[in-house]
Design a protein around this ligand. Structure first.
Ligand SMILES: Nc1ncnc2c1ncn2[C@@H]1O[C@H](COP(=O)(O)OP(=O)(O)OP(=O)(O)O)[C@@H](O)[C@H]1O
Ligand SMILES: [Mg+2]
Length: 278
């Protein structure tokens, strides 16, 4: 592969702390503790806790409507929790807006769609460089590194993003995240609607990014995808974490994954079984 080094030229840094040192690595990059969240009167997250290590690769799996996307939005600042804390690099984030969190190195991409369908591919990619847009050299080198990796994007720089195919939009959205060179990448539904051949490209892209030190929190429907690119997994059901452990161990937890991957879930999530380990 190659061509990615300029993307992470600043190295992993923690807000307010400078570069990560050997002693700081033991603390998680992202620390979510006791989160409750609600939409109006409807509570959808109940005491959710989750960690992502510095450079860690973590999957968030679960039943439909379990609250995975909501949790991701709590982390990126799009949904305000009613209880609990989110710490990033040791710093409490409650007072930080979504854009300030992005500037601190946290980038969220929603799977399957372009954020700015009426803008060209080039302008969409430039949005990723927004936090350092005045540094023209850096913008150019980041863009070049992404275009080198994805010639498909170079060929379509002038195309209006809304006219890209679904798979192309997904690659563009990921390309925009790569331009940003995030320290923590939050992805909702990487594999949604992607043909297997496109999925291979996208997986290679994410894999490369994590090998270069970007931490990943990946919401996924596909256990196979999660097994391929994450080491640790959380499984949520009806707003609560039901499992936390190595992603591979989920294969043995048929009580949990069967409901999702073999379609036996009841609407809104399968029934809680008593005594099930977290
Ligand atoms: N903006 C909203 N207003 C009201 N309710 C919402 C809103 N967004 C989500 N919900 C509800 O919150 C619950 C959790 O939704 P969320 O999107 O977080 O689940 P999810 O785990 O991502 O599900 P899926 O796997 O289907 O994407 C669901 O019951 C959903 O209907
Ligand atoms: Mg979702």
């Amino acid at each position: 592969m190659g061509g990615f080094l300029p993307l992470l030229d600043r190295g992993p840094t923690l807000p307010g702390r400078g570069r990560v040192t050997a002693t700081a690595v033991v603390a998680p990059l992202l620390e979510v503790r006791g989160i409750d969240a609600a939409y109006g009167p409807l509570q959808v997250l109940f005491d959710v806790s989750l960690d992502v290590a510095v450079g860690g690769r973590t999957a968030l799996l679960g039943t439909n409507g379990a609250g995975k996307s909501t949790l991701l939005k709590v982390v990126s600042g799009l949904v305000k929790p009613t209880a609990g804390t989110v710490r990033y690099g040791g710093r409490e984030l409650a007072s930080l807006s979504a854009s300030a969190r992005a500037r601190a190195g946290m980038v969220q991409i929603a799977g399957g769609r372009a954020t700015f369908p009426s803008l060209t591919v080039l302008d969409n990619l430039r949005v990723g460089a927004y936090p350092f847009i005045r540094d023209r050299k850096r913008v150019a080198s980041r863009l070049e590194a992404v275009l080198e990796q994805f010639p498909m994007l170079r060929a379509r720089l002038g195309q209006v993003a809304g006219t890209l195919s679904g798979g192309e939009q997904q690659i563009m959205a990921l390309g925009r995240a790569l331009v940003a060179g995030p320290e923590l990448l939050l992805v909702d539904e990487l594999s949604l609607g992607l043909a297997p051949v496109v999925m291979q490209d996208v997986l290679a892209m994410v894999d490369e990014l994590t090998r270069r030190g970007t931490a990943l929190l990946l919401v996924e429907q596909s256990l196979n995808v999660a097994l391929g690119i994450t080491d640790h997994a959380y499984f949520m059901e009806r707003g609560s974490v039901r499992f936390s452990g190595p992603t591979g161990e989920l294969l043995e937890r048929t009580d949990l994954v069967r409901s999702v991957f073999f379609g036996t879930a009841s609407p809104g999530g399968s029934k809680r079984s008593s005594g099930s380990a977290r």
